[in-house]
Design a binder for this molecule. Structure first.
Ligand code: FNR
Length: 391
């Protein structure tokens, strides 16, 4: 196998190492609907653009004559566990619209590259099947939180996640309704209403679940899938959002770490600490939910300063290359979630494509740290001295 330096061994890479080109290349592989769904963002895309622009305002200032005998270790600590890398696969719904193997391919690649996989509760593949594909990998469960009237569904999802080796719960708080997304509106597209994908988290695509269903109701699940799908879509995106007091229910039904995803305000972060949460993800959902908001990166430092010693602060939105990851770590993120880039990898090459994206980002991160004279990810953690603000 050819060796591309930095420990990357390939017969031939499945597509370019140019992370800037992945989105454009993936566009040729996707249907109009899938393309609009993944590339699209809220309204005019202001928040999405700000997410990217925010990284350019920070520069990593290199140090010289730092003696090293090896590449920087990427080992990190998050949610009470040692992780070999400081990144994770962000939860992304209905992955089978990007590649027929969908979540199975992405979860297998994540395990292979030792990157935690966050399962979306809007997945197109069941909790059980993804668990199998992920094997002994680290996997976390993201919840779109059904309304209080449907607490039995929440409890059932959490139990199945626990039984299948998902070790942390991520509760997404910015998506009680889907954002105003012109790309999907123009295409009249709602991926959650596809009968072959919706309800997967509930088990509709899991053979064991289907068998149980058949025995219980005396018919194949397909007959009911469309109606159930509609019901499920309205269940996970309820008319009214929850209040802080409702977190008690999740604590009672989940005995592992709980992480709130989608926070941007210092007050909310403090509230999360007060209510005994284990982590938060500073995120604006890749600019896909509320438009006209701040860049996710611009919210990170203040939140870390307010709660960083009490709770793990994770980060996502707009991360596209190794130095983006390094900057978020230096501002105090414990882990950085990768969103759209791995979806492009999935569209371009299934499992190999996701692996290639993860390896590229980690190779790029390794060399960024190495050439900046930073010996390890641990030493980049809250290393604001390495950054210069040039906004
Ligand atoms: C998402 N995201 C998301 N988040 C979540 O909590 N549950 C979900 O089901 C989804 N689904 C989803 C689908 C698609 C197509 C995208 C692009 C994103 C948000 C995701 O977890 C993450 O916050 C963003 O993707 C980060 O922004 P970037 O890196 O894509 O800019």
């Amino acid at each position: 196998a050819a060796v591309y330096g930095h420990g990357l061994k390939y017969e031939r890479p499945p597509f370019t190492f140019q992370s800037n080109d992945w989105e454009r290349l993936a566009q040729d592989q996707m249907s109009k609907n899938s393309l609009g769904y993944v590339c699209g963002s809220a309204s005019t895309g202001e928040t999405d653009r700000k997410n990217r622009a925010a990284f350019q305002k920070w520069s990593i200032v290199p140090r010289r004559l730092v003696k090293t005998t090896s590449y920087p270790s990427l080992e990190s600590q998050c949610l009470g566990k040692k992780l070999p890398v400081p990144i994770a696969i962000a939860p992304v719904g209905v992955q089978r619209i990007f590649n027929p193997d969908g979540e199975v391919a992405a979860a297998a690649a994540a395990a292979e590259e030792k990157v935690p996989y966050i399962y979306s509760s809007a997945a197109a593949t069941s909790i059980e099947e993804v668990s199998k594909a992920n094997g002994d990998g680290t996997r976390w469960f993201q919840l779109y939180w059904p309304s209080n009237a449907n607490n039995h569904i929440t409890a059932s999802l959490l139990k199945r996640a626990k039984d299948n080796g998902y070790t942390a719960l991520f509760v997404t708080l910015d998506t009680y309704k889907l954002g105003w997304r012109p790309s999907d509106l123009d295409n009249a597209y709602n991926p959650f209403l596809r009968s072959d994908s919706i309800g997967a988290a509930l088990g509709f695509t899991d053979p064991a679940f289907r068998e149980q269903f058949k025995q219980k109701y005396g018919k194949e699940i397909e007959e009911d899938v469309k109606n159930a799908a509609k019901e499920w879509a309205s269940t996970i995106f309820p008319e009214f959002s929850h209040g802080w007091e409702d977190l008690k229910f999740l604590r009672e039904h989940w005995d592992g770490p709980i992480v709130l995803k989608g926070l941007q305000s210092v007050q909310d972060a403090k509230q999360a600490v007060e209510l005994g949460m284990d982590g938060i993800v500073v995120s604006n959902h890749g600019g896909r939910q509320q438009d006209g908001g701040p860049a996710s990166l611009d919210c990170l430092a203040n939140i870390v300063d307010a709660v960083g010693t009490e709770i793990d602060v994770l980060f996502d939105s707009g991360v596209r290359c190794g130095s983006d990851i390094a900057k978020a770590l230096a501002l105090g993120a414990k882990n950085v979630l990768i969103g759209r880039p791995y979806v492009y990898g999935l569209a371009l090459g299934g499992q190999d494509g996701v692996s290639h994206v993860l390896r590229s980002l980690l190779g790029d991160l390794t060399m960024t740290l190495h050439l900046a004279g930073i010996p390890s990810v641990k030493q980049m953690d809250l290393n604001r001295d390495s950054l210069q603000y040039t906004g």
